[in-house]
Structure formats: structure tokens, C-alpha cells
Design a protein around this ligand. Structure first.
Ligand SMILES: [Zn+2]
Length: 548
């Protein structure tokens, strides 16, 4: 069989490194992540030499022996120099050998992802089991085969997403698929893999694949280690992590503290927050209900504070949420198990965010209207900064005596109105904007920011981010721009038309598209670097086009 190169990878949804879409070549079209029948598009690779070079092989060995093939698929190696282009199908041979070697898994993945075009389709031969598929998809693999499950069948194993079990389990009624009811374990094992991949597709479309991976990895320490090590690979993951989602953010494991979304939040709060309009800060506890200000407890806090201090909410896993950012993702989207106890790692990470913030903004007074773990984190942060902390919660923060103490502590202090716009603009775009004269009008989901009768921004009720109008973009000069070729887009901007893109743009960011004689407002569907390196797919979902 001759190889042909006319493959296409149509990525429809992304969730960090994972993609949901359709890979097609010739008359074969496969939903990804999914199982591909490679025999339909390629001669068997096991008859070709140089396509099975071990992953830890040296650069010299790779350049001497590894053969990538000259069509589709292309066999790639972390140290190879294969001529991969957008849409190509790449084979990463021997990936099953690093599933039990977490540092190698992460090292080789970073090397390959850094080099290959972002819209190449990744195939991992003989690697996926129902129990490993979610993690492989999370790491950015798109296509798999039945070989690993068939091998498990040959060994007498019964595969479930929860792990690999002896075949006796098949008769115990834990599964009622057609394989199990017909006494065919091989059929069950294949169906279990396909079911898991279908589930992964669903979680990607809901932007919640991490939840599935966090659940699945528990039965295998290697998988937990891979997930934790990946969270530390910020250079690999951050460019692919959306700036906002409309899905809930489940912070139900200790790994939540290290998620890119959480570290990004802390860094932006510390580095981007504009100088506060108040010289007094009050640290408040979070509430289960989001945004916090819709909760009963926060009604009580704001009534006691009455605009006399800058309200900062201490919370796990985000660390610190200034009141003006409470609607921004993931501050309004996270859910966390509440036990009242914070462990040492949690305290260390959260207090470091608070300390970073307080270190940058020297308030005249810092009040801690907190108890329990939140108070401990605040104390650690205050100690680190060498600032005194005035504790106002005599018992539970919502207790009338505590609220009265908070009110008394603020006696004689001046009132200021919180400036949500200034905070969100700084967090979102990294700019300090003069917001004098701006007013928020309307009610969610139809809120808008006006100045002198002109609409500058609308507020995205799902993410809390600001959507600049053309007038609004004038306040954010130079940044978050996407340049396009000389054409007038009929709808969304596709990646091949992008000629320049701010490298700070992440999926979900608001962008201004600039072309010859036209501009357009919209939301990035992929990161800036990915726009420039991709040849397929929507780069910007356009909201409004203006021709000059
Ligand atoms: Zn079954």
C-alpha cells in the first residue's frame, strides 16, 4: 500500500493539550480521541526498519537508525528531526514504555510538543488501556489502537477504567456489555477502551477533562506522578490552558493547588493588580456560593465594612481574590470540599499568594476577619511581610459580635467605591486603565460598561471577563492584537489567515483583529503562538467586523 499525505486533522474543541475533532485521510474519518485502524491507511509499520527506536535512545543512535517514513503517518522521536507539517499524522512509537516512568513521560512529551506543529494528530500505538486512555488523551494523544487491550486479553486480563483485573472478574457482573454477556473478554476489553475514549471526548467538549483524569489516575501511582509533574511543566501547559471556561472548576484534590489555572491566578493577582484605592485591607473568608457577594455571609461582611476597606477574600486553592475579581474565572467557578482544615502545603501556597500581594501593596492597616485555616494563612503571610495583622473575628466571622468588632475597627475611616473595571482590566489585559466616568449598566447577562453614552465593554456573564467594543479597544493600545492577511473575513478568522498574533494571547482571551482596511472584535479560540503555527482551525471567533 502506498502512503499518501493528504491527511486532515480538524480540531473542534480543545481542553489544554487534549483535542476533540475528526482526523481524516483518504476515505477514513475517525473521531478523536479514538481508535484508528492503521491498516486502512498505512502499510504495517512492523515490517519497516527504523520505526521502533526506543524513546531513551541517544541523539546519535536516533539520527543513525530512526526512519520517519515519507508520507503519512510519520514516525517521530523526541530527538528526531522529522519534517512534520500541520495536519500530519505522527506515530510516537513505544509510548507504553514511559507510562511507568513519569519523568521520561513528561520530558519526552515536552520535547515533542515543543517541536511538532500544534495541529498534527498524535498516534500512540499499543499504549491505551481503559485505565490509561484518559491520561494519554490529557497529554495530547489523539489516536490509539486495540493492541494493548488485545495483549491484555491474551494475558487473561480484564480491563476496566479502574484498572486491570484477572479475567475471573468478567463473570462477576461488574460489566454488562455485549462482550461480557457473550463471555468474550477480548470484545469487552476493546469496548471498554472505546467507551473510555468516548467519555474523554465528552469531557473535552465540556472543558472538564482534568476532572476525568484526576478520578482515573488514582489506581496507579505512576499516573498520579505524571499528572503532578505535568502541572510543573508550565512552559508546556500554560500556552494551551484557556484563560477562562464556562465550566465549573472542581478543586477536589490536593493537585488542584498546582493546576496551571491556579498558579496563573495567583501570579496575575500579585503582579497585575493595580494599586488599591484604599489604604486599609480587610481579609474575608470565602463562601460556598459564588460570586461571594451573592452569599448571605458576604452580605453581612459588606454591610459591616461599608466601603471603608478594600475587601480581599482568602480562599483555597486560589489564595486571594480581590473583591473586584470575584466574577472572573475561576473565582466564580470553583468548588472545593470544605472540612475546616487546611494542610501544610495548602497553607504554604495560599500564604505565599497573600504575602506576594501584601508585599506589593503596603496598606496602612490590614484587618483579618477570618478564622481557622484562612486566619492561619493570613498570619503566615503577615509574618513573612513583617506587617501587623488586626484580627477582628472574635469567634465565627459571621457572628454578630465579630461583625460588630469589624464595624468598630473601621470607625472613622473614609468610604470608597470599589472599582471592578480597573481590577478586571488589569487582570485580563495587564493594563491600568483610567476608569473615571465609566458606569456599569444593565443586569447579567446583558451588562455593559459605558462612558459618556458610549459602550466600551460588555461583561461576559459566563466568565466575568470584559469584551471590549472598538471604542473599548482604544483603551488597551498595542496588546492582544491579531494581524490577518489582506482579506475580508465572512465569519470567524481561520489560522492560515493569521499573519501576526500577540504571544500572550490564550484561548478565551478577547482580541482585536486587524487587517487591511478592517478590524474585528472577537475571542481567541486558540493561543497566539498556536495561531501562527497552525494551518487549520478557527483562530478567532469573530463578534463584530468594521470596515474603514
Ligand atoms: Zn464488559
Amino acid at each position: 500500500m502506498q502512503r499518501c499525505r493528504l491527511s486532515l486533522f480538524d480540531i473542534r474543541r480543545r481542553d489544554c493539550l487534549a483535542r476533540e475533532g475528526i482526523f481524516s485521510q483518504g476515505d477514513l474519518a475517525v473521531r478523536t480521541p479514538g481508535v484508528i485502524d492503521m491498516q486502512r491507511i498505512s502499510p504495517p509499520l512492523d515490517r519497516e526498519t527504523g520505526t521502533n527506536v526506543p524513546l531513551p535512545a541517544s541523539a546519535g543512535f536516533v539520527s543513525r537508525y530512526q526512519r520517519s517514513g515519507d508520507g503519512s503517518p510519520l514516525v517521530v522521536h523526541p530527538l528526531g528531526k522529522e519534517p512534520v507539517t500541520s495536519g500530519d499524522l505522527v506515530v510516537v512509537a513505544n509510548w507504553h514504555t514511559v507510562l511507568a516512568r513519569p519523568p521520561d513521560f513528561v520530558r519526552f512529551l515536552a520535547s515533542l510538543k515543543g517541536r511538532l506543529p500544534p495541529d498534527a494528530a498524535w498516534y500512540a500505538p499499543a499504549s491505551a488501556l481503559p485505565s490509561t486512555a484518559a491520561l494519554l488523551v490529557y497529554a495530547g494523544f489523539d489516536l490509539f489502537d486495540h493492541r494493548a487491550v488485545d495483549l491484555a486479553t491474551a494475558k487473561g486480563s480484564f480491563c476496566l477504567p479502574e484498572g486491570v483485573f484477572p479475567e475471573e472478574l468478567a463473570a462477576s457482573g461488574v460489566c454488562t456489555c455485549e462482550g461480557c454477556t457473550g463471555g468474550d473478554i477480548g470484545r469487552h476489553n476493546r469496548l471498554a477502551l472505546e467507551r473510555e475514549l468516548a467519555l474523554a471526548r465528552r469531557f473535552i467538549t465540556e472543558s472538564r477533562l482534568r476532572d476525568l483524569v484526576e478520578a482515573r489516575c488514582r489506581s496507579d501511582p505512576h499516573q498520579v506522578a505524571i499528572m503532578r509533574l505535568l502541572d510543573r511543566e508550565e512552559a508546556l501547559l500554560e500556552p494551551f490552558t484557556p484563560v477562562a471556561r464556562s465550566a465549573p472548576f472542581m478543586a477536589t484534590t490536593s493537585e488542584s493547588l498546582r493546576r496551571i489555572e491556579v498558579t496563573r491566578w495567583g501570579r496575575r493577582v500579585v503582579e497585575r493588580s493595580p494599586s488599591p484605592i484604599h489604604d486599609i485591607a480587610v481579609l474575608l473568608p470565602c463562601s460556598a456560593r459564588k460570586p461571594y457577594s451573592t452569599s448571605l455571609s458576604h452580605h453581612k461582611f459588606t454591610r459591616a465594612v461599608r466601603g471603608r476597606a478594600h475587601e480581599l477574600i482568602v480562599t483555597s486553592p486560589l489564595g486571594l481574590v480581590p473583591r473586584e475579581l470575584e466574577r472572573v474565572y475561576p473565582a466564580a467557578h470553583y468548588d472545593v470540599p470544605v472540612t475546616g482544615h487546611w494542610d501544610r502545603e495548602e497553607l504554604a501556597l495560599i500564604s505565599s499568594v497573600i504575602a506576594g500581594y501584601l508585599g506589593r501593596h503596603p496598606y496602612r492597616r490590614v484587618l483579618a476577619h477570618l478564622d481557622g485555616g484562612a486566619l492561619e494563612a493570613a498570619r503566615m503571610a503577615a509574618d513573612a511581610c513583617g506587617i501587623p495583622l488586626e484580627v477582628t473575628a472574635e469567634c465565627h466571622p459571621t457572628d454578630p459580635a465579630s461583625l460588630a468588632a469589624l464595624d468598630t475597627a473601621l470607625e472613622g475611616e473614609g468610604r470608597r467605591t470599589a472599582d471592578m473595571m480597573r481590577g478586571v482590566l488589569a487582570w485580563q489585559f495587564g493594563v491600568t486603565v483610567d476608569t473615571r466616568g465609566m458606569t456599569v449598566r444593565g443586569r447579567p447577562p446583558q451588562e455593559r460598561v459605558e462612558k459618556g453614552g458610549r459602550v466600551l465593554f460588555t461583561i461576559d456573564a459566563r466568565t466575568g471577563l470584559l469584551r471590549p467594543t472598538f471604542e473599548g479597544w482604544a483603551l488597551i493600545p498595542g496588546d492582544f492584537r491579531v494581524g490577518i492577511d489582506a482579506f475580508t473575513p465572512k465569519g470567524d478568522i481561520l489560522a492560515p489567515g493569521v499573519t501576526s498574533a500577540d504571544e500572550r494571547i490564550r484561548e478565551g482571551d478577547e482580541v482585536l483583529v486587524l487587517g487591511e482596511g478592517l478590524s474585528a472584535t472577537g475571542r481567541a479560540a486558540m493561543g497566539g503562538p498556536e495561531m501562527l503555527r497552525s494551518r487549520h482551525g478557527v483562530a478567532v471567533k469573530v463578534r463584530k467586523i468594521k470596515t474603514e
